[in-house]
Design a binder for this molecule. Structure first.
Ligand code: FAD
Length: 569
């Protein structure tokens, strides 16, 4: 078996992974760092981030870090750990300045200062942006910066299958090099998981095809608890019918939402914030309008409302929202300068993830998590737009810093457990011989339909129970899936099956957590339990894997500054 060794392994090369890699390389030039990604570096999902990165950059004009923290806590429907929010808002302004020093082309105000635009749920214009291609420029800047450091080795197009742990200490990962077809083990002293979110369990989603929650599922299988996974964010403006994101910046720049009666319906739901209310509120408003017959019909059932940018004018659309115009024209043959865009809520963000503490550390020694794969408890029950890329930067830095110090003290590697390694290898290669009777893609379609219709914006017990039954049936069927491609190199057929396996595992946790949580909070809206219930449910869900499905436990929320109040906009 091929065995490789690196001091620190960074699993994932999106914004969080790259920021962590840069931090370790700067802090500890002796550290030998591996960055592993199942796709080419600039194909990470982070390049899709469009609208901006939140930070308090203008205290002289009335913003403050406390206000940013308060907006985040209130937006999260009080399920956010407030010590986490304070750390976040304190550290993000320096990250924006660092990226500036590393060369990012932030959009500017006329006086040359970094510009900031409004975003939903923020009470100050604090989304720093680079037109509507913010994630792309952030990734490119970090990638450029990483080139200065010679102690980083990249493993692109390597699919990591499992995390190997011995005596509650990290020992390595098991991976499959798609380019050569080789299975290998990579031993390390420290691991940072930065594998992104899991919303590809839904059919109508803004996500890249590759964002399949692999790292979260791997950690869960390795015994790590997952936190608050039932909280899935639905973005109000998924382009119909593809689901491609129309950034919130389109409303930040002044776009309006209309129903089929021509009414700006947000007036009924959030009169003071209108189209810039938090996403959970707007998504529920859109679905209520559509379910009440005030949407537009779409042949496949993806009924929609209109996002209208026409009044912004061609110059503003071209300067601030060029990608949105291009996407609408290419995918819907609609030019937003002249016509409204059809939109509806699309699965967009995994608020939960692998349970970590304030430092991004997991209960296993030597393993940290950063970015969307983590649940450090910043976003609680509903993330505010532009707080995610910001989280990737802040906890990329924090976890990188901690891992750099850890490996400078820890001298030896731990041999990976033989049984787990053999199991990982055989679970890859035994599949090649499968003369399966099931079609994995049909299973994936059934999963998508189940999640879209039974665990979407609104939820209720009978639907969630149906969903759980269906997911368990699909889990039984997937091992019988036929692998049509028997080659070892670039066998995307097999990789797809691993990804579907991961999505099924995580869907079960989403639905079990949603079924158990008998209240409505943030993005988790139960038709049968309408109000927020702080007495019984102001707590985080932890899910542990067992052979019979997730075992749920609960831990308290850190309330350090603000007691929960009614959330009104
Ligand atoms: C369309 C869109 C627009 C968005 N716009 C914004 C925005 O404007 N502002 C904002 O704050 N947030 C935005 N978000 C959210 C934000 O982009 C993401 O939360 C963030 O980029 C996630 O970054 P990450 O580093 O955690 O993971 P990712 O960027 O998803 O990177 C994951 C990495 O892990 C690797 N990986 C995964 N599984 C494996 C495996 N099995 N083996 C090996 N490697 C693996 C991948 O190859 C990749 O390199 C947007 C989201 C979407 C969907």
């Amino acid at each position: 078996m091929i065995v490789r060794k690196h001091d620190v392994i960074i699993l994932g090369a999106g914004l969080a992974g790259l920021r962590a890699a840069v931090e370790i390389a700067r802090k500890n030039p002796q550290a030998d760092i591996a960055v592993v990604s199942k796709v080419q570096l600039m194909r990470a999902h982070s390049v899709c981030a469009e609208g901006g990165t939140a930070a308090c950059m203008q205290p002289e004009n009335g913003d403050s870090i406390e206000l940013h923290a308060w907006d985040t806590v209130r937006g999260a429907d009080f399920l956010c750990d407030q010590d986490v929010a304070m750390r976040f808002v304190t550290e993000i302004p320096d990250e924006i300045r660092l990226l500036e020093h590393w060369g990012i082309p932030w959009s500017r105000r006329p006086d040359g200062h970094i510009n900031q635009r409004p975003f939903g749920g923020h009470s100050f214009d604090r989304a720093t942006f680079a037109a509507d291609k913010t994630g792309f420029f952030e990734m490119q800047t970090l990638y450029d910066t990483l080139q200065k450091h010679s102690n980083v080795k990249r493993y692109d197009e390597c699919y990591v299958h499992s995390i190997l742990i011995k005596d509650n200490t990290f020992s390595g990962i098991a991976a499959w090099d798609m380019t050569s077809g080789e299975f290998f083990v990579m031993q390390g002293k420290a691991l940072i998981i930065a594998t992104g979110g899991a919303c590809r369990m839904y059919g109508f989603t803004t996500y890249s095809l590759t964002a399949t929650g692999d790292g979260i599922a791997m950690a869960y299988r390795a015994g790590l608890p997952l936190k608050d996974l039932e909280f899935i964010q639905f973005h109000p403006t998924g382009l119909v019918p593809s689901g491609i994101l129309i950034t919130e910046a389109a409303r930040g720049e002044g776009g309006y939402l209309f129903n089929s009666n021509g009414e700006r319906f947000m007036e009924k739901y959030a009169a003071s914030k209108m189209e810039l209310a938090p996403r959970d509120i707007i998504s529920r408003a859109e679905m209520t309008e559509i379910e009440s017959g005030r949407g537009y019909d779409e042949p496949t059932g993806l009924d929609y409302v209109h996002l209208d940018l026409r009044h912004l004018g061609a110059d503003k659309i071209n300067e601030r929202l060029p990608l949105i115009r291009e996407v609408a024209m290419r995918f819907d043959f609609i030019d937003p300068i002249f016509a409204p865009i059809p939109v509806r809520p699309a699965a967009h963000y995994t608020m939960g993830g692998i349970h970590t503490n304030l430092d991004g550390a997991t209960p296993v020694e030597g393993i940290w998590v950063a970015g969307e794969a983590a649940c450090v408890s910043l976003h609680g029950a509903n993330r505010l737009g532009s707080n995610s890329t910001a989280e990737c930067l802040v906890w990329g830095k924090i976890t990188g810093d901690n891992a750099a110090r850890y490996v400078s003290q820890r001298k030896s590697y731990i041999d990976p457990p033989g049984e787990a390694t053999r199991e990982a290898e055989s679970s890859i290669f035994k599949r090649f011989n499968s003369a399966g009777t099931e079609n994995a893609y049909a299973i994936r379609n059934e999963l998508h339909k189940t999640m879209d219709t039974k665990a979407g914006v609104f939820r209720a017990e009978p639907d969630l129970e149906d969903a759980l039954r269906k997911i368990r049936e699909l889990k039984q069927r997937l091992p019988h899936a036929k692998v049509a491609d028997s080659g070892h190199i670039y066998n995307t057929d097999l990789i797809n099956i691993f990804e579907i396996e991961n999505l099924l595992e995580l869907s079960e946790v989403v639905v079990a957590g949603a079924l158990a949580r008998k209240e409505s909070r943030g993005a988790h809206a139960r038709r049968d339990y309408k109000g927020r219930d702080d007495i019984n449910w102001l707590k985080h869900t932890l899910a542990y894997r067992t052979p019979d499905g997730p075992r749920l436990e609960y831990i308290p929320v850190a309330i350090t500054m603000w007691n929960p109040v009614e959330r009104k906009y």
